[in-house]
Write a new protein. Structure first.
Length: 374
């Protein structure tokens, strides 16, 4: 079926009506078992907010609050911990007879992933070297340093930081643990995506406990698309009826996934400044792209002002989201209100009894809003 774009020039929007018929294999069940074995593991809350359900004209609305995950204020530790576990397991069974030398985990970050890799390294007695993209708040960089990681501040974008990290990872004993993929580098990013599946498994259990049933819509913030790939994998690997609609949300200043969907192929965009620092990415992950292309029902891009209003609203309701964590609410508001809302609501298959889940991927402490001049 032909993708749809909004007639409104004020809302960057894409919809693919056929997405709910696409399917893929599930993530391995061993991921959840691994996370459950960690001493600081606990499911993060799924919080119901009836006032937002009323505002948006749906039956029930829940927020998956990732402001405290494995001791960190964002979801990224799920992917980093599983990927490093797999990396070390592969190294231990290499079978070359040589004693393994010291390992340095290398990565680039917009804030949250780098801290998760650094925390994982510290917990396991490994070294970490994190390349921090320009625009990340100094407090977020300091938090990475506090994990005893070596930090390199990059005078450039996230994509530039990724290139520098990949170059540094060519050193002996270094391993690149990056949450985006490109041709020739997809195995470790694939393990990171698998790690995120625990979040979705928790949502299943929590919705069942709330007698809510499968969600009609899940909204996920998108940078390079790795978390969205995990969400697509989870919901497109099951035979639920009706199928769950999936909406990606990006900053207008860095809408690489939306632009790629509109073009029908992966494209890189020149990113601008945005308070949604963790989503300020210019190129979709090559590993995520086929899942996003075929499995996302819709994509939308929102402004910083949209995210700020959503964050303020969620804070007033007792949560403490960061700008990226608030983006899904901003995206759902943009999709379900204003000119063309009826068409977009129909594209998502939403009715007055539908359940909506928003993935609030970071707390306000994860990557504070950076004010000009600070």
């Amino acid at each position: 079926m032909t993708p749809e774009t909004s007639d409104s020039r004020t809302l960057p929007w894409f919809a693919r009506p056929a997405a709910r018929t696409w399917s893929c294999p599930p993530a391995p069940a061993a991921v959840r078992d691994f996370h459950a074995s960690l001493p600081d593991y606990a499911p993060t809350p799924l919080i119901e907010l009836p006032v937002l359900a009323d505002e948006l004209g749906v039956g029930r609305l829940f927020v998956k609050d990732e402001s405290s995950r494995l001791g960190l204020p964002a979801f990224k530790a799920l992917g980093a911990s599983w990927a490093v576990h797999r990396v070390l397991a592969e190294r231990s069974k290499a079978g070359d007879g040589a004693a393994p030398g010291p390992v340095t985990l290398v990565t680039a970050t917009d804030g949250n992933h780098g801290r998760a890799v650094a925390r994982t390294a510290r917990r396991l007695g490994l070294r970490a070297h994190v390349f921090v993209a320009e625009g990340v708040h100094p407090r977020a960089s300091a938090a990475i340093s506090a994990e005893q990681a070596e930090v390199t501040l990059v005078a450039g974008t996230y994509d530039t930081a990724v290139r520098q990290a990949a170059e540094a990872a060519a050193a002996p004993g270094a391993v690149l643990v990056q949450d985006t993929a490109w041709p020739g580098y997809e195995r470790i990013p694939g393990w990171i995506v698998e790690g995120y599946s625990t979040l979705c498994a928790e949502i299943d259990e929590q919705l069942a406990a709330a007698d809510a049933g499968p969600p009609g819509l899940v909204a996920v913030p998108v940078g390079v698309g790795s978390l969205a790939q995990a969400v697509v994998t989870h919901y497109r690997s099951r035979a639920a009826e009706p199928a769950t609609a999936l909406l990606s949300v990006e900053p207008r200043a860095a809408s690489c996934v939306l632009d790629s969907l509109l073009c029908g192929e992966p494209v890189s965009v020149t990113t601008g400044e945005t308070t949604m620092a963790g989503l300020n990415c210019g190129t979709p992950s090559s590993l995520a792209w086929p899942h996003l292309r075929d499995g996302l029902d819709a994509a939308v891009a929102v402004t910083d002002a949209d995210s700020d209003r959503a964050a303020a609203g969620l804070t007033a309701l007792g949560l403490s989201p960061g700008p990226c964590g608030a983006a899904p609410l901003a995206g759902v508001r943009a999709a379900l209100r204003g000119e063309g809302a009826d068409v977009r609501r129909t594209a998502l298959g939403l009715g007055p009894a539908s359940t909506v889940v928003l993935l609030s991927t970071e707390g306000n402490d994860a990557n504070p809003v950076r004010v000009t001049g600070t």
